[in-house]
Structure formats: structure tokens, C-alpha cells
Design a binder for this molecule. Structure first.
Ligand code: SAM
Length: 204
């Protein structure tokens, strides 16, 4: 399983997350980011082309060295500074209130403890700092939600701990963030994996 997780899965995730249909979603989630930004679950850098030039620096947190290697080209062609600062979104090596904004795309599904990761984002954000998020999660329809619950244990095993049944908006609100705006709905792609939550939430 270690070989699969270390050598195969990051390539599969790179392929799936590089899906063209995600481009407008990534564009939207990155809009308005500025200053010092922390991105958890940086992966292979699929958000990099959408970073606005108002960003001074992105502090990237990513545990997979292969994912970071696969990000190489995108990082080299970035217009903003990107610093890889750590491996763990649940223990971000940044000082309290050091970031203007945070970014998480398709990561709250995978971190083992999303409440803890959100607490960390809260800690490193300045007051008024904003969390930009794009996540997949549990759909409201009963039959789709049933399918998601059915597939969830399998997904968890084969996709590096990813869950289909988390509820990002509720997690974010429970962590104390105020929603500035959000939208939820189906994206393109296989339905159990493609019920998306997109938005911006603020640390008051
Ligand atoms: C589905 S991928 C999404 C990657 C990227 N955010 C994107 O949108 O393309 C989830 C990412 O979260 C990373 N990850 C898993 N556990 C993590 C943790 N505890 N802290 C930070 N990142 C984590 C994985 O290595 C993977 O790159």
C-alpha cells in the first residue's frame, strides 16, 4: 500500500485534479486572494495558474513529495512567490495571524481531522482574513447521498483517506468562520465525487 500511496496515487490525483472542467471553479476560488496566502493540500499546484498577481507569497503545505515534484513546471511558471513550508495542514508552521488569506481546494475531504486543519487556518489568519474554499462533499439528494455513503469506505482506502461524505460548509461554520458567500451544486464528473462547495469565509 505504501508504494501505491507514495508513487501511484499522487499521479492519479494529479490527473483527476487536472481535469479541464475544474478550470472555472479554480478561477473563481482564487479570485480576490491577495497578500500572504497559505494553501493547504497544495498537491501538484493546479491552482497556481489562477493565483492573482495581488498575492505576495503563497505558503504551500503538502505532504506528498511526488505531488510537489509534479507541480514543478507550474511552480516555475508562477508569477507569484511560492514557498513550500510544511507537510501537515493540521500543524501549519506559521505564526499566529501571519496570513491575509487561506486556500483549500479538495483538501478538507482528505485531511484526517478537518476540524483541526480549520482551527490551524483560523490561527494563522489575521483578523478579517479570508478562507477561499472549493471542496467536494455530501450531496443533499437522498439517493446520491446513499451512494456516497456506500462508496465512502472504498474511496477512503483507495484515495489516500479522501471522504465523499464530509460537509464542508458545516465544518467551516463550526470552526467559527463567517460565510461571506458560498454556492453548492453539482460539477461535471461522476456524481458521487462532484457535489461541490465553493466560497469565501472570514475570520471575524
Ligand atoms: C485531492 S488532493 C487536492 C490537491 C489540490 N489541492 C488540488 O486542488 O488539486 C488532496 C491533497 O491533500 C493532501 N493532503 C493529505 N493529507 C494532508 C494533510 N494532513 N495536510 C495537508 N495536505 C494533505 C494530499 O497529499 C493531496 O495533495
Amino acid at each position: 500500500m505504501a508504494i501505491y500511496n507514495d508513487k501511484v496515487l499522487p499521479r492519479l490525483i494529479n490527473f483527476a485534479c487536472g481535469e479541464r472542467a475544474l478550470a472555472p471553479w479554480r478561477q473563481k476560488v482564487c479570485e480576490g486572494l491577495s497578500g500572504a496566502v497559505v494553501e493547504i493540500g497544495f498537491g501538484s499546484g493546479h491552482n497556481v495558474p489562477y493565483y492573482p498577481s495581488d498575492i505576495d507569497v503563497v505558503y504551500a503545505v503538502e505532504p506528498s513529495s511526488l505531488a510537489v515534484k509534479l507541480a514543478d513546471k507550474r511552480m516555475k511558471s508562477a508569477f507569484v512567490s511560492i514557498q513550500l513550508i510544511g507537510l501537515e495542514g493540521q500543524a501549519i508552521p506559521l505564526a499566529n495571524e501571519s496570513c491575509d488569506a487561506a486556500l483549500s481546494t479538495f483538501t478538507l475531504c482528505t485531511v484526517p481531522n478537518p476540524e483541526l486543519a480549520l482551527r490551524e487556518l483560523w490561527r494563522v489568519l489575521k483578523p478579517g482574513g479570508q478562507l477561499h474554499f472549493l471542496e467536494h462533499g455530501l450531496a443533499p439528494g437522498r439517493s446520491l447521498a446513499f451512494t456516497q455513503r456506500l462508496f465512502d469506505p472504498f474511496q477512503h482506502r483507495i484515495a489516500g483517506g479522501c471522504h465523499l461524505t464530509r460537509q464542508p460548509l458545516s465544518l467551516i461554520a463550526t470552526a467559527g468562520f463567517e460565510l461571506v458567500w458560498s454556492q453548492e451544486g453539482p460539477g461535471k464528473g461522476p456524481k458521487p465525487w462532484s457535489y461541490f462547495s465553493l466560497g469565501v469565509a472570514q475570520k471575524e
